[in-house]
Design a protein around this ligand. Sequence first.
Ligand code: PGA
Length: 247
Amino acid sequence: MRKAVIAGNWKMHMTCAEAQAFADAFKPLVANLPAGRSVVLAPPFTAIATLSNALQGSGVQISAQNIHWQEKGAFTGMISAPMLLEHGVTHAIVGHSEPRKYYSETDEQINLRARSAQKHGIVPILCVGESDSQREAGEAERVIRRQVEQGVDGLDPARLIVAYEPIWAIGTGKTCEAAEANRICGLIRQWVGYPEVVIQYGGSVNPATIDQLMAQSDIDGVLVGGASLDPEGFARIANYQLPVAAV
Ligand code: PGA
């Protein structure tokens, strides 16, 4: 059985004080999660220590929003795996569409980041997904396949999460239809070539859409942006309900 992984990406939101208040409200709401699912939160680097301490004992794990491929050196502004490990970080998002777009990250760099994460025992959450115009041009599968194949090169698929995040669904309120998200996640599973790889869907996931998404056969979890900033809403997502037939 693949584990369900519910992850929240706070992006550039939350001061330390806000992260502490979130944790205080969130902890009791996820105290009784069903077995077989885990919850991960990715705060900005500056709030990692605060959130990590505040969530001690809750079982909620901490992710970085990116990770550098070197352990140390002249890389102004970057954060490495050993720095993250000091704060109990267990996961690192790599290849999110925002750094791909704003900082021109390449598949090769993203792969190096993921390799460095795994080398240090951190699980990379590798994001892939097509833009609106790529989908309209019928290019979605080709683009995603390239991102997957280059992204996972040399990685151990047993310690990897792949997040399918269609760019047109991120922050737009337009969730990809569950059946289509499931179809692409199934293709990604084939391209990775390891049936047990954990695959998430991301893009405007919210408390109203989570149950249907999690009922899909190839969607093992979600990566949530905006809706992870609200402790009640994100707790509802973590406590998703499967229809009786799918349990
Ligand atoms: P969203 O972001 O849930 O706000 O659409 C998802 C993401 O960027 O991971």
